[in-house]
Design a protein around this ligand. Structure first.
Ligand code: GLN
Length: 279
């Protein structure tokens, strides 16, 4: 079978299941072949072996079963960088780039940044890559920390990030103070987890479940940030589609002010920032 025919087969196979069947068929076929996408685009008339076709068909079946594309190929582009992902970490979302951009805008040289619930490390690694700062990256999951460390290494910023296994602030040294605390915590209401898309259900529940009202981690992070945030320091949160108001209130009640809300690519309030007004 020629690459051209295999691609058309894949597109037909995926058509009623995914929104970008051509892109995904190309990606899965190049993954099965162990080549870059460009190769299959310029070699449409090359023959592929029966073995490769079977492998490709296996990947298409996995995809149709609801496995996210990024878990199958094991990577996701974020902030112009490539991140390894596995089902042990949430797949970085394009909207989360807005959170990173808002943080980058506000950082000064030598600032110290804390990323709570780093997951794949997408936020921490991007910040370390684009600014001359030191980053502490926390996660409660050893598996996530291992993925995040790999991503820091692959992107050349391992020496700028301290990774800590930590339940929120539990392992953060008491004498370290932060200019910016950033987090994309789990924020889906527990009762809504069952209603998520099949693909999202393949992602770690621990990275999604924000407790009964979805706001548990915002409350706990704001409460525990005292003693760790510098005077004038900033908290930057990603929030769920209807949570910006409640999260702003949590920040205000917790001694933060100068609240700013930034919309995502779809016009939904997605990032909430507050400045620490205490000592
Ligand atoms: N943005 C994720 C979603 O779309 C949720 C991520 C989170 O809970 N932080 O499902």
């Amino acid at each position: 079978m020629k690459i051209f025919d295999a691609l058309n087969f894949g597109i037909q196979y995926l058509k009623s299941h995914v929104s970008e069947p051509r892109l995904e068929a190309e990606g899965l076929l190049s993954f099965a072949l162990g080549v870059e996408r460009e190769y299959i685009i310029v070699n449409r008339d090359k023959e592929i072996s029966e073995d490769i076709f079977e492998r490709y068909k296996g990947l298409l079946d996995l995809r149709i079963s609801g496995m996210p594309y990024q878990y199958i190929v094991g990577k996701k582009h974020f902030m112009g960088l490539i991140f390894k992902v596995s089902p042990k970490v949430l797949i970085p979302r394009n909207d989360t780039e807005i959170l990173v951009e808002e943080v980058l805008k506000r950082l000064k040289k030598s600032d110290v940044v804390l990323d709570i619930g780093t997951g794949s490390g997408a936020i921490a690694v991007s910040i370390a890559k684009y600014k001359d700062v030191k980053v502490y990256a926390l996660d409660i999951s050893d598996d996530a920390l291992s993925v995040a460390r790999d991503n820091a290494y692959e992107n050349g910023v391992l020496d700028k990030i301290v990774f800590l296994k930590s339940d929120l602030f539990s392992s953060v040294p008491k004498d370290v103070k932060f200019d910016v605390i950033v987090s994309n915590p789990p924020y889906i209401r527990s009762g809504d987890i069952d209603k998520l898309q099949e693909e999202v259900k393949k992602e770690p529940k621990i990275a999604l479940d924000g407790g009964e009202d979805g706001l548990l981690f915002y409350r706990n992070i704001v409460r525990d940030s005292k003693g760790y945030i510098k005077r004038g320091g900033i908290i930057a949160f990603e929030v769920g589609y209807d949570e910006a108001f409640d999260v702003s209130q949590i920040l205000l009640d917790g001694g933060y002010g100068d609240i700013e809300i930034v919309k995502d690519l779809q016009g939904i309030d997605r990032v909430v920032l507050g400045k620490w007004l205490g000592p």
